[in-house]
Design a protein around this ligand. Structure first.
Ligand code: ADP
Ligand code: MG
Length: 698
């Protein structure tokens, strides 16, 4: 077996390959585009295209595709082969600069929320040179942005790149004020920790709910769940270990820095974390990771479930978005510095994030809102739907001292003079991390923990980058004009702490008392569901901010609002129909079958001995029969709500109907069906149980 360094990134047209295969002029010009966002010269594109083609063909590729991230949340590709007829009746392998730069997928079926009338259905894809091309199977994949002909973004990457640009612009203004003239670019980086479940394929194939919706819609609790916590960080079972090994190899070949893997809290739940990288690359890599996780699982007779809540009663899956800001020289701007000056700069970036999260809580919440994630946020396992920031005691004490101009014990009882005093060194890896906080400072980065396991990380990072860009912009506007920089800086930081400290909370986020305090005393938002959260996209203040930084246009925001609610409605409708289908076609017949066999057994016993009481059979049949009546009635009620849904035409109304009528009716039906499962002999139950699914992979 070849060593990891030997094959790491072997399927990526990365810097090493570019350096080796491009002339130095072309290479330098491309590097300018990648590193500094310089405009791409068309002649460069054609040279890059031919080098890319040669490399791809040598590595077994026959096709190329523009790889993009439409608003469906998954990635899309349309393959074209490199072949082009040659005069002698053969073919040559061709790939032009034009084909590299721009593609025109016939993409009329991707959601556009009205941005693209169907008569001009052809959106176009545009090469994103900041993310390396790679080979998947026999196809050269070129990461691209996807836009309409009017230039409106139809994907997640375009606004993500715009948000990174916005943050870069504003952060450079701030750094200049601190005398960092040599910094040329500021980027955000992300390390997303990905949770998932692995279950046996044969069992999955027997569950319509998993096949159609990615989650179980029925299932009584097994005798054992996650109460012993014996799975968390437990030893990895051989089948799972073989899967992880295979997965790592595929990810490494694609240059994805898969680093950590362990079992998670729930049985059959696992986590994979990569080493962090630039946000747009991290986003591409996370999409690829999710895709490859599923593909590799299939090879191992397994299914990888990325749904946020595949099983009721045990933890769901999320994604922790570790996020920080760094300069092109590699300085992490969220790392407390060594000198007083660096510390003042650190504190300014810190309060910029605090203000951003406070001011744009609604946008951050909306960015992670999906039907699947609604099952986690606010339930007793994931962060609550209320957003707050955990800073830890030490940093909170520093901010308190600044706010009140009082001495901070950490620096020998002196009052904090910004730009003069050195902050104590914060432990990089605070051990007492608060796992219940939705947004936690972890020494040199923030960890946004509300993302669902299947979410694209693009949405959360778009909002985060844009909101922080906005804080920085306000600060730069103020400080650039200030006659006395240090005095103004001190006032600004102090004022920001005063105005935004309501968002800081170091306690237990799962506590009901906190939710009450957050909403009633602190006025924080508690948006429990997707239909509650989505209107945030269209709030005046939020729209103005996103538009002013060039992250979204008004039409793009309107279309995203509609598409996100449409996704919500469609996915819950499929769940509702599957629930009804399973109840009628599988559960009721099974319960009937069992009840009738029990009744028959009693009748036979009576023939044998008329004096037998047969109380057990009678009670059981009565119980099963009344549960069957309930299942039937509740299925009728659900069907009625589904029929009602079809008469609604306004997307907001539809989403509200789903939240208020359909989802509660699904839960009510499930409750009685799960009760029937408990009463029914195992051999009669029509599909694998929770016990089978959760403990079935050895
Ligand atoms: P955990 O949160 O599980 O204790 P770590 O703190 O080691 O784990 O890291 C979690 C993730 O945070 C990893 O993906 C890591 O690469 C990422 N990370 C570390 N430093 C940064 C940073 N400066 N910016 C963004 N992500 C980071
Ligand atoms: Mg973490």
């Amino acid at each position: 077996m070849t060593s990891i360094p030997a094959y790491f990134g072997c399927k990526v047209f990365n810097d090493r390959v570019m350096k080796a295969r491009l002339s130095s002029n072309i290479y330098n010009s491309l590097r300018q585009t990648i590193d500094q966002g310089a405009k791409l010269d068309p002649s460069v594109a054609s040279a890059v295209a031919s080098a890319m083609r040669d490399w791809a063909v040598e590595n077994g590729a026959t096709h190329f595709t523009h790889w993009f991230q439409p608003l469906t949340g998954i990635t899309a590709e349309k393959h074209d082969s490199f072949i082009s007829p040659s005069p002698d009746g053969g073919v040559i392998m061709e790939f032009s600069g034009k084909e590299l730069i721009k593609g025109e997928p016939d993409a009329s079926s991707f959601p556009s929320g009205g941005l693209r009338a169907t008569f001009e259905a052809r959106g176009y894809t545009a090469w994103d040179p900041t993310s390396y091309a790679f080979i998947k199977g026999r196809t050269l994949c070129i990461p691209t942005a996807f836009c309409s002909y009017g230039g409106e973004a139809l994907d997640k990457k375009t606004p993500l790149l715009r948000s990174m640009e916005a943050l870069n612009r504003q952060a450079l203004r701030i750094l200049k004020l601190f005398g960092n003239d040599d910094v040329r670019r500021v980027t955000t980086s992300v390390g997303p920790e990905q949770e998932y479940f692995l279950i046996d394929r044969a069992m999955y194939d027997r569950r319509k709910d998993l096949i159609y919706t990615g989650r179980t819609l029925f299932g009584a609790r097994p005798p054992k769940g996650q109460e012993l916590d014996d799975h968390y960080f437990g030893s990895i079972k051989p089948r799972v270990a073989a899967y992880m090994e295979d997965l790592n190899q595929e990810l490494w070949e694609l240059g994805i820095l898969a680093k950590t893997e362990h079992n998670e809290v729930a049985p059959a739940q696992h986590e994979l974390a990569p080493i962090y990288t630039t946000t747009n690359i991290a986003t591409d890599h996370n999409q690829l990771t999710m895709e490859i996780m599923q593909k590799v699982a299939a090879r191992h007779g397994l299914v990888c479930l990325l749904h946020e809540k595949p099983f009721a009663g045990v933890n769901g899956s999320g994604k922790h978005n570790n996020w920080s800001i760094a300069t092109d020289a590699g300085t992490n701007l969220l790392s407390p510095g060594e000198t007083p000056y660096e510390n003042a700069q650190f504190l300014l970036f810190l309060v910029a994030v605090i203000q951003a999260v406070d001011d744009y809580q609604g946008l951050l919440r909306a960015a992670v809102a999906t039907a699947g994630n609604d099952h986690r946020l606010g339930a007793n396992e994931a962060p609550p739907a209320v957003i707050s920031i955990f800073l830890g005691d030490e940093l909170t004490a520093v901010l308190d001292a600044i706010e009140t101009d009082t001495p901070y014990s950490g620096v020998e009882k002196k009052s904090m003079k910004l730009g003069v005093d050195t902050l104590p060194l914060f432990p990089r890896d605070t051990t007492d991390r608060n796992r219940t906080s939705p947004f936690a400072f972890t020494g040199n980065k923030f960890e946004f923990r509300m993302l669902g396991s299947s979410n694209s990380i693009a949405c959360a990072n778009i909002m985060l980058n844009a909101a922080v860009a906005e804080s920085l912009k306000c600060y730069a506007d103020e400080l650039e004009k200030a006659p006395d920089f240090h005095a103004a800086l001190h006032d600004l930081i102090q004022r920001t702490i005063r105005e935004h400290k309501r968002i800081i909370f170091n306690g237990n986020g799962y506590d009901d008392a906190w939710i009450t305090e957050a909403v009633e005393q602190r006025g924080l938002l508690n948006l429990r569901t997707t239909p509650d959260a989505m209107p945030e996209l269209l709030k005046k203040k939020n729209m103005e901010m996103l538009i002013s930084h060039g992250v979204f246009s008004p039409a793009e925001l309107q279309s995203r609002y509609e598409i996100m609610l449409e996704n919500y409605c469609k996915s819950v409708c499929i769940e509702a129909q599957t629930t009804s289908d399973m109840a009628r076609k599988q559960i009721l017949p099974a319960v009937e079958h069992y009840a009738s066999d029990v009744a028959e057994a009693a009748a036979r016993k009576k023939i044998l001995d008329p004096d037998l009481s047969c109380n057990y059979e009678k009670r059981l049949v009565r119980k099963l029969s009344s549960l069957a009546d309930l299942i039937d009635a509740k299925t009728d009620a659900l069907d009625g709500a589904i029929a009602m849904q079809r008469t609604l035409s306004d997307i907001t109304e539809e989403a509200n109907h789903i939240r208020d009528e359909i989802l509660p009716k699904m839960s009510a039906l499930r409750a009685v069906a799960d009760e029937a499962e408990v009463m029914t002999a195992e051999s009669y139950w029509p599909f694998p149980t929770y016990g089978d699914l959760l403990f079935g992979v050895k």
